[in-house]
Design a protein around this ligand. Sequence first.
Ligand code: PEP
Length: 247
Amino acid sequence: MRYFIGNWKMFGVPKSVSILNKINSYYSKDKNRNKYKVVITPPYTLIESFSNHFKNKKISIGAQNCFQKDQFSSNTAAISSYMLKSVGAKYTLVGHSDNRGEGDTDEMLKDKVRYALKNNLKVVFCIGENKTEKKNKKTLSVLKRQLTKAMEKKFKKNDIIIAYEPIWSIGTGKIPSANELKKITIHIKKVLKGIFKKNSPAVLYGGSVDGTNVEMFKEIREIDGFLIGGASKSSKKFIDIIKNYYR
Ligand code: PEP
């Protein structure tokens, strides 16, 4: 199974559902539709209405983050996995570099993953090195640390998706070379096989993916799909990625 996951970040209002209607209509008629899954993570404000709207449709709705506590607590403005599940979310991103940059530590992320799984959300766990770590050849060790701090053998591999997102690539138009990316994806799967004993969860790539460069990524068979930021806010750009992937 391949994944095309769109992260809307702080974009979208109720009428933006029209973007998803177009994506859903392509997805439900696509001859390749059973080979992949489309998930969109809109802002919190839209999760309930979008989840209801697409309840019996192909697209799944997820959240972009969740709080590191179970159910309810006195943390102003926080949203728990339990609350997300109650309004229809099926997935949640955890550890996006935007949120790591805003203070999410490895310890907090471990709790976010645990509680999300406990509340029956599938977790899209984001990892990635920054520009300095890449320059200092620390990429593989950074990724290993991020994975081993949050992942546990007892988690079910089908409830977890890993998104490798080099921070220097997000929103910049810069992407890793095919060789580099293949080597890194194999490393991530090797670390995951060590944790999950034999089987690795799906590993996605994220960072400036668009309808043109997806042709290069599809040659790397180890990549199980994509986390897409900018291009997921346009139905045409998002559909072009899927179309060109299966061309
Ligand atoms: C992201 O925000 O997770 C992302 C991958 O963004 P973009 O596709 O715009 O680089």
